[in-house]
Design a protein around this ligand. Structure first.
Ligand code: ADP
Length: 402
């Protein structure tokens, strides 16, 4: 079965086409700047050359049509006909309390995603556009949604409620939902396989740190706490997001600077984090380069980032009364030797002992970076959210066909 995985953003659409007989990627690509002038389509058939085309793509419908055209293109394509694609899997950012696992797209699922636009105003409309555009271009094809919040639906009340009037939860479902659930779940499963231990016997802290970042405490295989909250703003310091802050700062700054709700939202989501403190970039590579060159602002940005990350690891070890495994994943977690080293050097009280030479190895395989004496296994596990989406889609669709 061939499965197309779609990650639809408000002005972008990423795709990967899988052949599920061997879970190989046949082609992948990205449409950027949808709705703006000079939209860019980048298409890469596996083993072939990357093709980049600039044109005007006004909405997601056209974006999917162009992607399908590429997939069946005589030279650049990998399919004879679009009908070879038997199912499409979509990433959905916010599933509220409804989506506890991946689901086949039907009328109810669509209604729920639409209802949840209130909680994810930037992301869920984009997912809906992707679903509708798929329906328009591939009528009748089965669709599945894989939801980023679903894995965290196991959090207990004491972890997901905010200490604010209960009426806000009852009326508006104001609570913590988390994010990156697909990735946290995937890397925790791979960690248990790698260690050859049943996941139900492990206390795992997964650190998904990329542009956005979150940590999850996984006890006996289920998420018991995670650092993102009602929205992806809570928790760690991130590329452009503030992470945790005193909520009283918001009205204070709005008042002093005469800011609107949108302006303060934008300040905390787009102009904070590494970018605000370094003054130069939200990209960890530039921060570590700046730090190496002696830039004091980059050094401070790095130190704050590492300090806050380490405090969360301590918090989750406390939440689970211990930790057996710490997993690093996503752009920074998989690649930044220096962030991992700085974090682990200060976790000796937990029994963490880093093996610096193992930490310096770069490859794409799951690997151990702790020494043989370490009381906690520290692993680097490349995440693969697209593969999880393809697998869930395949599982649910073949289930209905069996
Ligand atoms: P997203 O959250 O958008 O999916 P990624 O998981 O791709 O992002 O992570 C992007 C982050 O990973 C950036 O901050 C980037 O600097 C960082 N990163 C990528 N490669 C490296 C590297 N070799 N060293 C340090 N940081 C890296």
């Amino acid at each position: 079965m061939k499965v197309l995985v779609i990650n639809s953003g408000s002005s972008s659409l990423k795709y990967q086409l899988y052949d599920m007989t061997n879970e190989s990627v046949l082609a992948k690509g990205l449409v950027e700047r949808i709705g703006m002038d000079s939209s860019i389509l980048t298409h890469k058939p596996t083993g072939g050359e990357t093709i980049t085309e600039v044109s005007e793509i006004l909405e997601h419908n056209t974006a999917i049509r162009k992607v399908l055209d590429k997939l069946v293109h005589k030279e650049q394509g990998v399919l004879k006909s679009v009908t070879e694609i038997e199912a499409v899997g979509h990433r959905v950012v916010h599933g509220g309390e409804y989506f506890k696992e991946s689901m086949i797209v039907d009328r109810v699922a669509k209604e729920k995603i639409r209802e949840l636009i209130d909680l994810a105003p930037l992301h869920n409309p984009a997912a809906m556009m992707g679903i509708n555009a798929t329906e328009a271009n591939m009528p009748g094809v089965a669709q599945v949604v894989v939801v980023d919040t679903a894995f965290h639906q196991t959090m207990p009340e004491k972890a997901y409620l905010y200490a604010i009037p209960r009426v806000l939860y009852n009326k508006y479902k104001v609570r913590r939902y988390g994010a990156h659930g697909t990735s946290h779940q995937y890397v925790s499963r791979i960690a248990a396989e790698f260690l050859k231990k049943p996941i139900k016997d492990l206390k795992i802290i997964t650190c998904h740190i990329g542009n956005g970042g979150s940590l999850t405490a996984i006890l006996n295989g289920i998420s018991v706490d995670t650092s993102m909250g009602m929205t992806p703003l809570e928790g760690l310091m991130m590329g452009t997001r503030s992470g945790d802050l005193d909520p009283a700062i918001v009205p204070y700054v709005m008042n002093k600077e005469d800011l609107t709700v949108n302006e303060v939202n934008s300040m905390l989501n787009k102009h904070s984090g590494l970018l605000a403190i370094s003054g130069i970039s939200s990209d960890m590579r530039e921060i570590t380069d700046g730090r190496a060159a002696g830039d004091p602002n980059c050094t401070l940005a790095f130190d704050m980032y590492e300090y806050r990350l380490r405090k969360y690891i301590g918090a989750y070890a406390a939440a689970m009364n211990g930790v057996d495994v710490i997993v690093f994943t996503a752009g920074i977690g998989e690649n930044s030797i220096i962030v991992r080293e700085a974090v682990c050097e200060n976790l000796t009280y937990l029994g963490v002992e880093l093996d610096k030479s193992l930490n310096a190895i770069r490859n794409d395989d799951p690997r151990r970076i702790s020494s043989s004496n370490s009381k906690v296994e520290v692993l680097v596990i490349p995440t693969n959210e697209e593969l999880v989406i393809a697998r869930d889609t395949y599982r649910l669709i073949s289930g209905t066909q069996a």
